[in-house]
Unconditional design. Structure first.
Length: 395
C-alpha cells in the first residue's frame, strides 16, 4: 500500500526538481544577461566620454539594447560623429552592433547608409552609399586588437550634385597587431582587397599616376605597417605624422593590380619624410609592360627627347635588350603579344621608353613579364633611371 502511495509522489519529484533547476538557471542567466547589458552600456558610456575629451562626439537619435537571451545587441538610430580635429560631421541612417554574452570582446556590426560627410555646422559635401556594410571588432572600445570591414558596392559622390568620386564592386579591409608587435615597436598586419574600383576624383591628386585611377581596377595588398600604435580612428594626417615620427614604414609583402590584361605586382617598403613625402623602393613585375608606358606618359617624354631617326636606328638594339621591342618599333604586337584592340598598333616611343627603364625579362602567372624598380625620393617617382614626376606631400 505504501508503495502505491509513494509512486505518484516520486513521479512529482521527478518532474518538479528538473523544472526547478531550469527555472533557477533561467533566473541566473537572465541576471547574467542583464549584468552584461548594463556593463556594455557602462563601457560604451565611458568610451564615449573618453572620445569626447579627444574631440570626437558620438551620438544616437535613439539607442535600444536587446538580444536576450544569448546576445547583447545595440541598435543606434541616426548615429553621428562630430570630430573637432578634422572639423567634420558624419551621419548615417542606422547602426546595429551584436556581441555574444560569453564573448563580449568580439563585436559584429552592420551600418545602413547612406552616410553623409559635412563640415561642422555645414551642409553635406559628400555622400557614401553601399548595398551592404559590415564590420567586426576584437578588443575593447578605444583599444581594438583586430578590425575587419567588408563593403559591397561602395559609392562615394559629391553632395548635393551626386558627381561620382570613387566606387567599387567590393571592398575589404583587415587589420590586426602583428605577431612581432611590441609596445615599443608596434606593427600592424594589413590587408586590402578592391574589386572593379575606379576613382575619378583621384586622377588629379595622383599626378603622374592619375590615369591608373580612371580605369576599372582590381587591387589586393598584404602589408605590415610599422610605427602605428593602434587601430583607433584618427585623422589621416595625424596618423601619418605619428608613423613618421616613430620612423615607421609600410612593408609591402604582396601587392597585385590588374586592369584588363595589364597585371602588376609589387614588393618593397615605403616611408615618409618629415614633410610628408614618399621615400622608398618597390620591385615591380609587369605583364603587358608596354601598356603601362603610355598610362604613365613615358612615351610622351621619349617623343620630346629622342628624334625619330634615333628610334629607327635603335630597333635592333631593342630586340637584344628585350625580345619583341624591335618588332614593336616596326608596328608589331609588342612584348609578349600583350597589346590588343586599339593598342595593337604600337608606338615606337613606347618601345624605346621600355628599354630605357632597364627592365629584365621574367615570368608572372605563366605569362612573359618585365621586372624593374619603382623608387621614391622625397616624393619624386623614378621608374628605373627615368623620373616620372612628383607625388604631392601626404600631409
Amino acid at each position: 500500500m505504501s508503495t502505491q502511495n509513494g509512486s505518484p509522489r516520486s513521479r512529482r519529484w521527478l518532474i518538479a526538481v528538473p523544472t526547478a533547476i531550469l527555472v533557477l538557471l533561467g533566473v541566473i542567466w537572465s541576471g547574467f544577461w542583464y549584468w552584461s547589458t548594463t556593463a556594455a552600456e557602462a563601457t560604451m558610456a565611458a568610451w564615449r566620454a573618453r572620445e569626447a575629451e579627444a574631440g570626437r562626439i558620438y551620438g544616437c537619435a535613439m539607442a535600444n539594447f536587446g538580444g536576450y537571451p544569448f546576445r547583447v545587441e545595440v541598435a543606434c538610430a541616426e548615429p553621428s560623429v562630430d570630430d573637432r580635429a578634422t572639423a567634420l560631421s558624419i551621419r548615417t541612417r542606422n547602426l546595429t552592433a551584436v556581441a555574444q554574452v560569453w564573448d563580449p570582446t568580439l563585436v559584429i556590426g552592420e551600418i545602413v547608409g547612406p552616410m553623409t560627410v559635412a563640415p561642422l555646422g555645414g551642409s553635406p559635401t559628400a555622400t557614401i552609399d553601399w548595398t551592404l556594410a559590415q564590420a567586426s571588432l576584437r578588443g575593447m572600445p578605444g583599444t581594438p586588437e583586430r578590425l575587419s570591414i567588408v563593403v559591397d558596392k561602395p559609392n562615394l559622390a559629391t553632395a548635393p550634385s551626386g558627381e561620382p568620386l570613387a566606387m567599387a564592386e567590393h571592398l575589404e579591409f583587415h587589420g590586426r597587431f602583428a605577431a612581432d608587435s611590441t609596445p615599443g615597436h608596434p606593427a600592424l598586419d594589413l590587408g586590402l582587397d578592391l574589386r572593379n574600383a575606379t576613382a575619378p576624383a583621384l586622377v588629379a591628386a595622383f599626378g603622374t599616376f592619375g590615369p591608373l585611377a580612371s580605369v576599372s581596377t582590381d587591387l589586393s595588398v598584404v602589408a605590415v605597417l610599422r610605427g602605428a600604435s593602434d587601430l583607433a580612428p584618427k585623422p589621416l594626417g595625424q596618423q601619418l605624422r605619428e608613423i613618421q615620427a616613430a620612423n615607421g614604414r609600410l612593408d609591402i609583402t604582396n601587392a597585385r593590380l590588374q586592369q584588363g590584361d595589364l597585371i602588376a605586382t609589387a614588393t618593397g617598403a615605403l616611408g615618409l619624410t618629415a614633410r610628408g613625402t614618399l621615400t622608398g623602393e618597390l620591385r615591380l613585375t609587369v605583364v603587358n609592360f608596354t601598356k603601362l608606358i603610355p598610362l604613365l606618359g613615358i612615351d610622351r617624354v621619349v617623343a620630346q627627347a629622342v628624334p625619330q631617326e634615333t628610334l629607327n636606328r635603335f630597333g635592333p638594339a631593342l630586340d637584344r635588350l628585350m625580345p619583341g621591342l624591335g618588332n614593336l618599333l616596326r608596328g608589331g604586337s609588342g612584348v609578349g603579344g600583350g597589346l590588343s584592340g586599339n593598342s595593337a598598333k604600337a608606338n615606337p616611343n613606347t618601345a624605346l621608353g621600355a628599354a630605357m627603364l632597364g627592365g629584365q625579362q621574367t615570368e608572372l602567372e605563366g605569362q612573359p613579364a618585365i621586372a624593374l624598380s619603382l623608387r621614391f625620393d622625397d616624393g619624386a617617382a623614378f621608374l628605373g633611371p627615368l623620373k616620372l614626376g612628383q607625388i604631392p606631400p601626404l600631409y
